[in-house]
Design a protein around this ligand. Structure first.
Ligand code: PLP
Length: 396
């Protein structure tokens, strides 16, 4: 009998284990190779072992790994300046994960109003189905019962409204409201996009009511939709933004970006992290950005996104009982299914394709942003083969 795992049982793990990654492919210990359209859940933006990232991390590892944030870190200054130059933001704070980037965003929103003498304004309106991380504050922000259960009392200060319900959102604003927090495209929630006109409406509402607008682009940012950040498609900017996942391409890295007026409240001693923004992480972050910031790289994501989406739409026509709808933008794609997403994800593994289950009966396809046309064709073929395992009568 296999020995029980010494690892805390918080994950429902598949049997697969991998020994090597190369581009969009993962080589498993079972001798098979898999096309990785999970990418560590939108993390491996440049695929596995991208030569530019490998070179950057090796070079940095031979020089200096870590120093405390009480010292100057030139690599951190560089990445912050580059992100500021490329975005709405004036300041960047580096973290090790998405949840920590969100935690920084939440703390900043509260402290901003505190610094204005309005400490009573601390509540944040969020959207049902959202996912912002697994810390106590971010499970409260996400508002999903399955993640909150047993971890009470729930952190106060979050008011969740249904997705797409403008009236509920307006009604939720009170004198205690500090901010509205949204994922421009919900990832875990099932690749649900907030339409550009709604993002514009949120911006206008925040301006009129004196609220902060926070975007969680941990999953949809860093080139995934074909713009550096997904909100750029709507032509609006937030006051605070959380990024992670693709920003480190596989190295644990996140960032909280903010405009000067808001960031100014975060004075020395108000927030911190031991590892966030250390030289090793920054060397990797800079190397990822070297590639993603190139206009041709972003244009290619849009082109490949169209190609993949077109193929998925054809599958919807071919298997209408199973594939109900294509969602998303660029290479953040979702397929709404008539069966449990986890069943489809498991079936696809048998056809050497890795994907991710999501909420709202949706499976996610989040390939490395370097995916080729041939690899897209492989994924579509695997989906078509997997579909034959779900005959019409079995799907409802
Ligand atoms: N926000 C969003 C939109 C996410 O998708 C995730 C993770 O999936 C997080 C926050 C939390 O990031 P992390 O798991 O790195 O803490």
């Amino acid at each position: 009998m296999a020995q029980p795992s010494a690892v805390l049982g918080t994950y429902r793990r598949s049997e697969l284990a991998f020994e090597r990654g190369e581009g969009c492919w993962l080589h498993a210990t079972n001798g098979q190779r898999y096309l990785d359209c999970a990418a560590g859940i939108a993390v491996n933006a440049l695929g596995h072992c991208h030569p530019h990232m490998v070179e950057a991390i090796v070079k940095q590892a031979q020089k200096l790994w870590h120093v405390s944030n009480v010292f100057q870190i030139p690599e951190q200054e560089l990445l912050a300046q580059r992100l500021v130059d490329l975005t709405f933001a004036d300041k960047a704070f580096f973290t090790n994960s998405g949840a920590e980037a969100m935690e920084a965003a939440i703390k900043m929103a509260r402290r901003y109003f505190w610094s204005l003498g309005q400490a009573e304004k601390f509540r944040i309106i969020t959207i049902e189905g959202a996912f912002h991380g697994r810390t106590l504050a971010t499970i409260a922000a996400g508002g999903q019962e399955k993640y909150l259960e047993g971890f009470g009392p729930k952190v106060d200060g979050f008011d969740s409204v249904p997705y797409g319900d403008h009236a509920a959102l307006t009604a939720a604003i009170t004198p205690a409201t500090a901010a509205i927090l949204v994922e421009p495209i919900q990832g875990e929630g099932g690749i649900r996009t907030i339409p550009p006109q709604c993002l514009k409406g949120l911006r206008q509402m925040c301006d009129e009511r004196g609220l902060l607008l926070i975007f969680d682009e941990v999953q949809c940012g860093m080139g995934r939709t074909g713009k550096l950040f997904a909100h750029e498609w709507a032509g609006v900017t937030p006051d605070i933004l959380a990024a992670a996942k693709g920003i480190g391409g596989g190295f644990p890295l996140g960032a909280c970006l903010a405009i000067e007026r808001v960031a100014a409240c975060m004075t020395p001693g108000t927030h911190g992290t031991t590892y966030g923004g250390n030289p090793l992480a920054m060397a990797v972050g800079n190397s990822v950005l070297d590639v993603i910031e190139q206009p041709v790289f972003l244009e290619n994501i849009i082109a490949k996104g169209h190609e993949f989406r077109h193929g998925l739409q054809q599958l919807c026509q071919k298997f209408p009982h199973l594939f109900l709808e294509v969602r998303g933008q660029g290479l953040m794609l979702g397929l709404k299914l008539s069966v449990e997403p986890s069943e489809m994800v498991a079936q696809l593994r048998k056809h050497n394709l890795l994907s991710v289950a999501g909420g709202d009966h949706t499976m996610r396809l989040l390939p490395p942003l370097i995916i080729s046309s041939d690899e897209i064709a492989f994924a579509l073929d695997a989906l078509a083969q997997a579909a034959t395992h779900f005959p019409e009568k079995a799907a409802s």
